[in-house]
Design a protein around this ligand. Structure first.
Ligand SMILES: Cc1cc2nc3c(=O)[nH]c(=O)nc-3n(C[C@H](O)[C@H](O)[C@H](O)COP(=O)(O)OP(=O)(O)OC[C@H]3O[C@@H](n4cnc5c(N)ncnc54)[C@H](O)[C@@H]3O)c2cc1C
Length: 490
């Protein structure tokens, strides 16, 4: 077995940035390579993003969609995992620098796969994020879970009609797959799941609004499936507002502008931002050092073999790349990282290159509610129950780990056949920690001592202990030598 501590620079060193679809599948594809593989990622889990909305709405637990990367890779002897956010990639010295709290790690590489994905984009209005969390991480999903279920709780104890209405209005911004799935699930929660749980409020009166500046729902699915999805959402009780551009978001609601220039406001405590993505800022670093292009979403222009211009040793895959109008979907990341891994193996083994990367489109799908989805595979289009069954089968196959597949199936039975949502737990910290951490200049690092500070504090404690011991010895001596009460010379 290869002990990470004994890995030597004699073997080819591959560094993989990210533990998402690109990072994990790329690392696994290198399992038989004559190389040491180091995965550097800022979370300890692999995240199955397509099911985040189910964590936010209480169907699945976070563990079911975010298994520990270390556990997934524990049987792969040539792979090790390092926790840390990559802050610097140096193409000249071929090193990757990562940080966690105050600790910095520099990892050298011979080949690099960059799969750092994309984050939420508020189109330059980052202050919207304070009141409208995105849907990109487990933190986001748990915060939203707390906000959504918390809104019903606050409405139950309010006597103010306006406030109740504001609390029972949910706005999802962005009518792509994430927004559609989120709006559908909140509507099901309000109209079906929670209807018997409260005594003072009628959860079925909740408003769920799906809002987008674009003129249609699900643009990547084409006009036909888009209008079918909009109709299905409306049947569920979701208000679909199109051509509405959000101009401001605050604690109590949001404002938007219609195409004719009129401005309107919706009073809503809970807002979900599912509108835009921006590629990892590591793309900009790579572009600046290599001269590669960046598009408006920060995605980097790569060569047809997914390498960085002028740097055949660096592959960029998944949501970070702009190549042939490839969509930001899991299969692009999975297939891209497997291609990059194969190329690295070919080079180590002295085999010829594979030729350009070719994406095989296996289709796309989005759920609207239980038993209803839209799907496209090649030229075929599916809607309703059949599409939903396809969605169920596919997601079951791709959830990582047999145990997670079994428990997810159980939770789906509870939620889709029954009315239950077994994962409704949320805490005050989950709701407010993001905002609280943002107020600290150094984020979470401000809450822990830098390396060495503990030792310094320990030596201070030693000094104090020495004083205390001397004082105690003096007290003992005074008593034992009967010095108490003895007049001291003036
Ligand atoms: C809510 C949601 C729903 C989606 N639904 C679908 C769907 O139904 N079907 C579909 O095909 N696609 C879907 N997608 C898109 C799909 O998840 C992405 O296309 C895919 O995850 C891209 O893979 P990736 O490896 O490029 O990035 P990711 O999977 O996002 O992985 C990026 C990794 O890099 C890590 N990372 C980021 N920055 C750093 C750094 N500086 N240092 C260290 N590590 C870093 C992250 O922690 C993460 O591990 C959805 C996405 C979201 C957000």
């Amino acid at each position: 077995m290869t002990n990470p501590q004994t890995q030597t620079r004699d073997r080819h060193q591959v560094v993989v940035i990210g533990s998402g679809f690109g990072g994990l599948f790329g690392t696994k594809a290198l399992r038989r390579a004559d190389a040491d593989v180091t995965m550097v990622a800022k979370t300890t889990h692999h995240l199955f993003q397509p099911l985040l909305y189910q964590v936010a709405t209480g169907i699945l637990s976070e563990g079911e969609i975010a298994p520990p990367t270390r556990e997934i890779l524990n049987g792969q002897d040539n792979a090790r995992v390092i926790l840390g956010e990559v802050t610097d990639i140096d193409l000249e010295t071929r090193t990757v620098t990562s940080r966690v709290l105050h600790r910095e790690t520099v990892t050298p590489y011979d080949s690099l796969i960059v799969a750092a994905g994309a984050g939420q984009s508020y189109f330059g209005n980052d202050h919207f994020s304070e009141f409208a969390p995105g849907m990109k991480s487990i933190d986001d999903a748990l915060e939203l879970r707390g906000r959504i279920f918390g809104a019903f709780e606050l409405a139950e104890i309010s006597d103010d009609e306006d406030e109740i209405q504001r609390l029972l209005t949910f706005v999802v911004v962005g009518a792509g797959p994430t927004g559609v799935e989120m709006a559908g699930q909140i509507a099901e929660l309000a109209h079906r799941t929670l209807k018997r749980d409260f005594r003072r409020i009628n959860t079925r009166e909740a408003r769920v609004i799906l809002l987008d500046a674009a003129p249609q729902v699900l643009p990547p699915f084409g006009a036909k499936l888009g209008s079918r999805a909009a109709k299905d959402l409306e049947k569920l009780g979701v208000e679909v507002m199109l051509g509405a551009m959000v101009t401001d978001v605050d604690e109590r609601g949001l404002e938007f502008q219609l195409k004719d220039g009129t401005r309107e406001r919706i009073e809503a405590v809970t807002k979900v931002w599912a509108a835009g993505v921006a590629a990892s800022p590591l793309g900009r670093q790579l572009a600046e050092q290599s001269g590669a292009t960046l598009d408006r979403a920060g995605r980097i222009g790569v060569n047809p073999d997914l390498t960085l211009p002028g740097h055949p040793e660096v592959f960029v895959v998944g949501d970070m790349i702009a190549l042939d109008n490839l969509p930001g979907v899991a299969q692009v990341a999975i297939q891209g990282s497997k291609y990059a891994a194969k190329e690295i193996v070919n080079r180590i083994e002295g085999k010829p290159a594979q030729g350009p990367f070719n994406y095989w489109d296996k289709g796309s799908m989005a759920t609207i509610s239980r038993f209803s989805a839209v799907a496209m595979v090649g030229k075929l289009r599916f809607t309703g129950f059949i599409a939903w069954l396809m969605w169920l089968g596919l997601h079951l196959v791709y959830i990582t780990g047999f145990k997670n597949q079994i428990t997810a199936l159980l939770h789906w039975a509870v939620s889709f056949i029954g009315r239950g949502r077994s994962e409704r737990t949320s805490t005050e910290q989950q709701i407010f920690a993001r905002a609280a951490l943002k107020r600290l200049k150094g984020g979470a690092s401000d809450l822990v001592a830098p390396p060495g500070a503990y030792e310094a504090a320990q030596s201070l404690i030693e000094v104090t202990r020495a004083d205390l011991e001397a004082k105690a010895a003096e007290e003992t001596r005074l008593t034992d030598e009967h010095q108490r009460g003895v007049k001291q010379d003036a």
